[in-house]
Design a protein around this ligand. Structure first.
Ligand code: C2O
Ligand code: CU
Length: 458
């Protein structure tokens, strides 16, 4: 199947297809993949970690020898990684040094509405905002990114994306690969013009270069031992279906944390916003081996086995049990589609374009619901995906079949290709009430209205 978005026309993609001269890119595997730096708290407090992050314009060397203007967190095209711990709150003060409104959403985070980065709740230029993240959730690979309405796609595309990893002391006994053998990898695509500027106006299918941690199709030197890789797809509109040339990867986690048991995978799918964690064991490969991770479109990353190393990590047979499914008391439908009123499309959910003043679903806290997620553009063959704030849900079925590993475990984002309706179950059992959005995480689609709002009531 061909990963596809809505080809051709977006409100923000007014440029004729192919009207820029694209940068030729670089030879595959000619630059090394960096690991994003870990942010240090500016204030040590016994009970909470305080961080500061500036949202600002910067130049970044993405293509070798080329300075690309980007809109970043702290000047880095892949923002600094925040490493949090279950049970220990984090407070991040974001200052907005851009000339336009901005905001920040912790994707996958269980946070109060005031810290969620609601699309209308923005930080004015020269303003700041302190977001509180309680980290009352199990270990997981989350990420933080821009979410102000209409500009979310462009802001994320231009560099407002970073990892937020929750380490869980309750998982330490598993002895999964850790330290420098625990590596977050952010995948996304991009289109550069001849001068090396990021082009946002051409439609997403024209984005011809894949970046891993902000470098084009890089290589990454590894030792002949086990690694834990935390993959995130931060592309605004791209699906990856990745393989390692037939080599097994052991999936250990999905969006919201560890799976009950590890699952060997030769291939996995990752739509925009999703995360998957895999352990790759390079110990069976001699030094000198090169393994390419890629999909039908392009290779995205090469692992080069360059040394031997001691390894006392393991992948135990059982990881972390999932709670039993509660009894649902309500069932709803979420139908994501595109409507054309003239040349410019609107994104809609259940026929309605996003309206911040309208509550679409009212949900009583503590209840469990089933949502049937439908791709209303299936006849055209267009893809979407679905993301819900606040809650990690569970997939009950996809196209009537039990969930494949891509959909297992705690999920907050799922792929929605044509003709694959997905049934999910969510328990709104948290400590928070208020308004949260759910939307297509192809951010070009949410930015034209494919988003709606739920209110959790006491
Ligand atoms: Cu990752 Cu509402 O977004
Ligand atoms: Cu969509």
């Amino acid at each position: 199947e061909q990963p596809a978005g809505i080809h051709g026309i977006h409100r923000h993609h007014v440029r004729q297809a192919g009207s820029i001269r694209p940068h030729a890119g670089v030879p595959e595997f000619s630059v090394q993949m960096p690991v994003p730096k870990v942010l240090q708290p500016f204030k040590g407090d016994p009970d909470i970690d305080f961080y500061r992050v500036a949202i600002k314009q910067a130049n970044s060397e993405i293509l070798p020898g080329v300075q690309t203007p980007v809109l970043t967190y702290n000047g880095d095209f892949v923002g600094p990684t925040i490493r949090a711990r279950t049970g220990r709150p984090v407070s991040v003060t974001f200052t907005n040094q851009l000339a336009e409104h901005a905001n920040v959403h912790l994707h996958g985070g269980h946070v109060a509405p005031s810290s969620d980065g609601h699309p209308m709740d923005t930080i004015a230029p020269n303003g700041y905002r302190t977001y509180s993240y309680p980290n009352r959730q199990q270990g997981a690979t989350l990420w933080y990114h821009a979410h102000s309405h209409h500009t979310e796609a462009e802001h994320v595309y231009r560099g407002q994306h970073g990892f937020y990893i929750i380490d869980d002391p309750a998982e330490a006994h598993l002895r999964l690969p850790s330290g420098k053998y625990d590596v977050p990898i952010m995948l996304r695509d991009a289109l550069f013009d001849e001068a090396g500027k990021l082009d946002f106006l051409s439609p997403p299918p024209f984005r011809n270069i894949d970046l891993a941690n902000g470098r084009p199709q890089p290589y990454f030197p590894v030792a002949a031992r086990k690694y834990r890789f935390r993959f995130l797809n931060s592309a605004t509109e791209r699906n990856y279906i990745l393989n390692l040339g037939g080599v097994d990867m052991i999936q250990i986690a999905s969006d919201g944390g560890l799976l009950p048991v590890p699952v060997p995978r030769k291939e996995f799918r990752l739509s925009s916003g999703e995360r998957i964690e895999v352990v790759i064991d390079f110990s069976k490969f001699p030094v000198g081996t090169k393994l390419v991770l890629g999909d039908v479109q392009r290779p995205v990353l090469r692992f080069d086995v360059t040394s031997k190393a001691f390894d006392d990590s393991r992948v135990p047979d059982t990881l972390r049990a999932l709670p039993g499914l509660a009894t649902p008391t309500f069932e709803r439908t979420v139908d994501m589609a595109t409507v054309f009123n003239g040349e410019i499309p609107d994104g809609v959910i259940n026929g309605k374009i996003f309206d911040p003043n309208r509550v679409d679903f009212t949900i009583k806290r503590g209840t469990t619901e089933i949502w049937n997620i439908i791709n209303g553009d299936s006849a055209q063959g267009w893809a979407h995906n679905f993301h819900m704030h606040l809650i990690q849900f569970r997939v009950l079925s996809r196209a009537g079949r039990p969930p494949e590993p891509d959909d297992r475990g705690r999920k907050d984002t799922i792929m929605m290709p044509a003709n694959e309706p997905v049934r999910i179950q969510a328990t709104f059992d948290g400590d928070f009430t208020g308004r949260y959005v759910y939307h297509c995480h192809f951010l070009e689609h949410s930015s034209i209205g494919m988003m709606a709002q739920m209110e959790i009531t006491p």
